[in-house]
Design a binder for this molecule. Structure first.
Ligand code: DAK
Length: 258
């Protein structure tokens, strides 16, 4: 694979979109490779957290590849959107926690990729935006859905209609970025968050991810019931016994993740 690099380090998988000359723009080959990488990670019980970033100094991902996209017909456009939506949904629903380390431009499909991740850590150099209407299209990798869910309808519409790019500080203020860090410290700080999450009972973390994501698409009563089912499921695990016994015995829990 040349467009997507991946490397494991003690339970964390680092995934890098690697087309720096095109500011890591997502062409169909890159989307396909990303899908394959995600499929591979999903099956690996030893990987607890995935960190997604962009290659080079300037960009996380500067959007879908405009050079490839500009000649598409309606059917091909739909196919591309479905392909990317499927990959992004996999990221959203995979059992591992996925953190976007946003190292530069996260525009269009890049902003949408970061929003499919569970958390976004932004370098001070990060810039977020949905510039699609500049190109005569609208966000098509679920940006019209994930952005309002993260920042509210009003600000989502403002960003999509005006195409204004926002910096990391503004992204943090509106809840798009979870944290802003110095550019040189982006990967270290993101890994710290990953390792903190990994020290918890990952079965619970994984079910909490499902409860938040799936519950938001349900009516409230069904979502409460779903949460209760997930909660009950935890009592079938050794981690629940370990976590509670450790608390009662005033020691640190040692989770086995089942
Ligand atoms: N696609 C292809 N190439 C790109 C690119 C992109 N999105 N962004 C940058 N590049 C390329 C540039 O063309 C340039 O290539 P060369 O000229 O060197 O060959 C190289 O990367 C460096 O870019 P710049 O020279 O422009 O660098 P600057 O620092 O001057 O500007 C920039 C950086 C990020 C402000 C600028 O590159 C820019 O505005 N890029 C485009 C950003 C953008 O509009 N992104 C949104 C793309 S639209 C769909 C559903 C969803 C989508 C598509 C389809 N379906 C329903 C089918 C999603 C759409 C999008 O994401």
């Amino acid at each position: 694979m040349e467009n997507v690099l991946f490397e494991e380090k003690d339970g964390v998988m680092f995934v890098t979109i690697n087309r720096p000359k095109a500011l890591n723009a997502l062409n169909s080959a890159t989307i396909e490779e990303l899908g394959e990488v995600i499929d591979g990670i999903e099956k690996r019980k030893d990987i607890k957290v995935v960190i997604v970033t962009g290659s080079g100094e300037k960009a996380f991902v500067a959007g879908a590849d405009i050079a490839e996209m500009h000649v598409l017909n309606a059917m091909q456009g739909r196919e591309l959107a479905r392909k990317a939506q499927k990959v992004f949904s996999k990221i959203e629903h995979m059992p591992q926690v996925v953190i976007a380390a946003v190292n530069g431009y996260a525009l269009g499909g890049g902003c949408e990729l970061s929003m499919a991740c569970d958390l976004r850590v932004a370098s001070e150099k990060a810039k977020f935006g949905q510039p699609e209407v500049n190109l005569g299209i609208l966000p098509g990798f679920a940006g019209t859905q994930r952005l309002p869910r993260l920042v509210g309808k009003g600000i989502a519409k403002e960003l999509i209609f005006t195409t204004d790019m926002i910096d990391a500080k503004r992204a943090y203020e509106i809840g798009l970025a979870n944290k802003v860090v110095k550019h040189e410290e982006l990967m270290i700080e993101t890994e710290k968050i990953a390792r903190k999450i990994m020290s918890k009972g990952m079965f619970g973390v994984s079910l909490a991810k499902a409860a938040v994501n799936d519950g938001m698409n349900m009516d409230t009563e069904s979502a409460y019931k779903y949460e209760a089912d997930m909660f009950g499921l935890c009592f079938s695990t050794e981690d629940q016994k370990e976590g509670m016994e450790a608390f009662l015995n005033k020691r640190k829990a040692s989770f086995k993740n089942f």
